[in-house]
Design a protein around this ligand. Structure first.
Ligand code: HEC
Ligand code: HEC
Length: 254
């Protein structure tokens, strides 16, 4: 009897040592996420099915669903392994406050986070527009031109540094400094600038972004976000297959 009770206690403490995983499927936004689909023995396609339901078949975020889709879901393609891992850990710990990603990250243990970071960092970045196309945009689109000036020169009088000094000449990112911004979702970029300003994003390197966010007006944030989104070829050119946001029929890139 005593042995049985000890055994029960041992079992209960083993269970409580396991990562906190919700055993039942939950609705996250309009996507049903089944935590059992993240189990390490499953194939890649199954493990990332709920991710691509929102982040797109090509990992391009909203852009994979067409030019009019504006949920603010970021592109993951082209981001580095270390940055992706750091971001998922930050959602899990609440350093990045976000209802949907917080709920999802809480279902991922360290192995699953590393797996996700490895898988999505292998997706190739969206192709940049040609230099001619970029020059034409700068001529014809005043908002793009304004964003480009901020990205390349900053606003010295207001202490805003040039974004490119950390994020790369054409937003390609820099492993030691800022993540890739070329092709990033404009609405998402606007929200991140706000998150840094309001300190709801308190990632270890968030302080590096403070001088960049404090001096920008709303219009300037919108312009620079537009500039980075427009650096890559428009959505649709990747010929993304038909995918519903429910994740049905998701077939990720190998
Ligand atoms: C219901 C839709 C949804 C699902 C499902 C989802 N995401 Fe997200 N994800 C988002 C949104 C929206 C954001 C932007 C959150 C913010 O504003 O901070 C985001 C942000 C992220 C970021 C931050 C990117 C960056 O540039 O910092 C990463 C990494 C990420 N998601 C990975 C994943 C992975 C991996 C999965 C699957 C395990 C997943 N997401 C599932 C909607 C979703
Ligand atoms: C001193 C270097 C530095 C400068 C200058 C800088 N950034 Fe950043 N930026 C960073 C770092 C580092 C991060 C990642 C911080 C983190 O982990 O949250 C970042 C993150 C970001 C993000 C979030 C990316 C994502 O995928 O979630 C956006 C958006 C951004 N920067 C936009 C800008 C813009 C726009 C400018 C210019 C007005 C700018 N940055 C200037 C270093 C910099």
């Amino acid at each position: 009897m005593v042995a049985l009770r000890l055994w029960t206690i041992a079992l209960v403490s083993l269970i409580s040592l396991a990562p906190v995983v919700h055993p039942q499927p939950v609705m996250v936004g309009d996507v049903e996420v089944d935590p059992r689909d993240f189990a390490p023995h499953l194939d890649t396609r199954t493990r990332i099915a709920s991710c691509v339901a929102c982040h797109g078949e090509h990992g391009g975020g909203d852009m994979d669903f067409g030019p009019d889709v504006r949920f603010g879901t970021p592109a993951l393609r082209g981001l580095r392994h270390g940055y992706l891992r750091e971001s998922l850990v930050a959602y899990r710990s609440g350093r990045r406050a976000h209802a949907e990603m917080g709920a999802i990250a809480s279902m991922l243990d360290d192995e699953a986070i590393d797996f996700m970071a490895r898988t999505f960092s292998a997706y190739p970045p969206a192709p940049l527009r040609s230099p001619d196309a970029l020059a034409a945009l700068a001529r014809e689109d005043a908002r793009f031109r304004r964003g480009q000036a901020i990205a390349q020169q900053g606003l010295p009088l207001r202490g805003v540094p040039a974004c490119m000094s950390c994020h790369g000449a054409l937003g390609e990112g820099n492993a030691a400094l800022g993540p890739r911004l070329a092709g990033q979702n404009g609405l998402y970029v606007e929200r991140q600038i706000l998150a840094y300003a309001q300190k709801t994003r308190q990632t270890p390197r968030a302080a590096m972004m403070q001088p960049a966010v404090t001096g920008l007006s709303d219009d300037e944030v919108e312009a620079v976000a537009h500039y980075y989104e427009q650096l890559v070829r428009p959505a649709g050119m990747a010929a993304a297959p038909e995918v519903g946001r429910t994740g049905e029929g998701s077939a990720p890139r190998p």
